[in-house]
Design a protein around this ligand. Structure first.
Ligand code: NAI
Length: 484
């Protein structure tokens, strides 16, 4: 029986390894992590992350050919193939701080593999890494190899949170990069054979190592760029009376453009887009490609601008101050159907409103109070280091309360900000909500999910990104002091 070990039991490692176990009953899959709490949660009825369909997959395989453990060394030692899905956050300090990828977690995983291995292994980069990382990993492994042979492959993960299980079961492509010599090609074939259990062969792309590594960074940069492009258009729509959803629709019918990633919003979030673009920018700068670096930097700048613009609209519409006013925040996760809050635009919007002394009442169907308090009290730069390994901060942001439903959040509120597109926010009884709010009652739709005409009929003053403005926000002069 082939044995695979997945290092890192997070949003990528957990679901990916569970789907491999489901589709390959003849393979023994061990998922290991240094975090005891994460592994305990994977072994319990309350998994550490929320993903539609994940629980069913884990329940089918756990205890058969899928196990979760903190005994990292034992399972690495026994495995033939090791998939590494550890964090690769942005460096906080030192050379390249604020841009370059921090490979500390990767390097320590590689050194541990070298320490405990007694047989040849295929080591696979699942984490998103800078191009040519495999070279560094190979050096660490071979300089400590004791005669053991390693093949490094790059197999970047393209799943999206919220649809991870569907994406893994039915991927549009699987990308495998490896050395182009005989051993490298053999290793590629071994990994390809695992995916071939459920992925049609024509969807499995093989390349050299550097193309695979760079393709993942390019993929995220292109997706984020589309969001920033439509968000940039949304600002112009508000200024001109055009409607961004109509512009998106017209664009989507161009077969050269297509319909996906064209929804204007308060901005993109998630653990990957910003960090991967920053990493790309750093690599461009390191290679002297300053114009290329500046091009990609702009994608992040527009995203920050979109969040500041939103905060600005809220404050200026509400008589230029939200001090002491109750603002309901509906949605905190960075998108619907996930509990992940890493880099969610809600953090910046909430911090912007708190900066103006607002009182926030937050409701998200999947995010815990503990997580929200942690996100709002934490220093921005620490966000993607494995904070679950550190003790919980005892700081509580006093002007923030986290409540159990949308009606409680909006009761007596002066305004509502919709920051995540959860389906349940489309079916709220907004008449009831309006009746229990302070007047004038404002709603700021950061995800364009509301029927604006109906909301206006009820009596709300509505701001919806990229849509023609109510007279009210139109007359409120935007101020540039809310830069995020
Ligand atoms: P995560 O933070 O959810 O999981 C990483 C896990 O690795 C943590 O549980 C941490 O405790 C563990 N870890 C760190 N160092 C370790 C070590 N030396 N030994 C054992 N365990 C260790 O991160 P996530 O979201 O799963 O991302 C992992 C990688 O995958 C990153 O490079 C990310 O850019 C990439 N990626 C993430 C996607 C996403 O949607 N979250 C999608 C595609 C790629």
């Amino acid at each position: 029986m082939v044995k695979i070990c997945g290092i890192g039991a997070g949003y990528v490692g957990g679901p990916t390894m569970a789907v491999i176990a489901l589709k390959c009953p003849s393979i023994e899959v061990a998922v290991v992590d240094i975090s005891q709490s994460r592994i305990s949660a994977w072994n319990s009825n309350k998994l550490p992350i929320y993903e539609p369909g994940l629980e069913e997959v884990v329940n089918q395989c756990r205890g058969k050919n899928l196990l979760f453990s903190t005994d990292v060394e034992k399972h690495v030692h026994e495995a033939d193939i090791i998939l590494v899905s550890v964090n690769t956050p942005t460096k906080i300090r030192g050379l390249g701080a604020g841009k370059a990828a921090d490979l500390t977690y990767w390097e320590s995983a590689a050194r541990m593999i070298a320490d405990v291995s007694k047989s040849n292994k295929i080591v696979i980069e699942k984490s998103t890494v800078p191009v040519r990382t495999a070279e560094a990993i190979e050096k660490i492994l071979t300089h400590n190899s004791k005669g053991i042979k390693y093949q490094i492959l790059s197999n970047p993960e393209f799943l999206s949170e919220g649809t991870a299980i569907q994406d893994l079961l039915n991927p549009d492509r699987v990308l495998i990069g490896g050395n182009q010599d005989t051993e490298g090609l053999e290793a590629i074939q071994k990994l390809k054979a695992i995916y071939a259990h459920w992925v049609p062969e024509d969807r499995i792309i093989t390349t050299n190592l550097w193309s695979a590594e760079l393709s993942k960074l390019a993929d995220n940069a292109f997706l984020a760029q589309r969001i920033s492009s439509i968000n940039a258009m949304s600002a112009l729509c508000e200024a001109t009376g055009a409607e961004v959803s109509q512009v998106s629709h017209a664009l989507s019918k161009n077969t050269k453009i297509g319909p996906k990633f064209l929804n204007a919003s308060v901005g993109f979030g998630g653990s990957c887009f910003q960090k991967d673009i920053l990493n790309l920018v750093y690599i461009c700068e390191s290679n002297g490609l300053i114009e290329v670096a500046n091009y990609w930097k702009q994608v992040i700048k527009v995203n920050d601008y979109q969040k500041s613009r939103f905060v600005n609209r809220v404050v200026t519409s509400m008589f230029n101050t939200v001090s002491g006013k109750k603002i309901a925040i509906l949605g905190f996760a960075f998108k619907k159907d996930t509990s992940d809050t890493r880099k969610t635009p809600a953090i910046d919007v909430c911090k912007g409103l708190l900066g103006d002394n607002a009182c926030l009442s937050i409701y998200d169907p999947r995010v815990t109070e503990e997580q929200i308090q942690k996100d709002l009290s934490m220093d921005g730069v620490e966000w993607d280091h494995p904070i679950h390994l550190k003790p919980m901060s005892s700081t509580v942001v006093k002007q923030v309360s986290v409540v159990g439903d949308a009606y409680e959040a909006t009761k007596e509120a002066h305004g509502i900000c919709i920051l995540t597109e959860w389906d349940e926010f489309k079916t709220i009884d907004y008449q009831k909500v309006y009746d229990h709010m302070q007047k004038p009652a404002f709603v700021f739709d950061g995800r364009n999910i509301l029927n604006v005409d109906k909301m206006r009929e009820i009596g709300f003053i509505v701001y919806s990104i990229g849509r023609p403005l109510d007279q009210w926000p139109k007359n409120s002069k935007l101020d540039s002091s809310y830069d995020i």
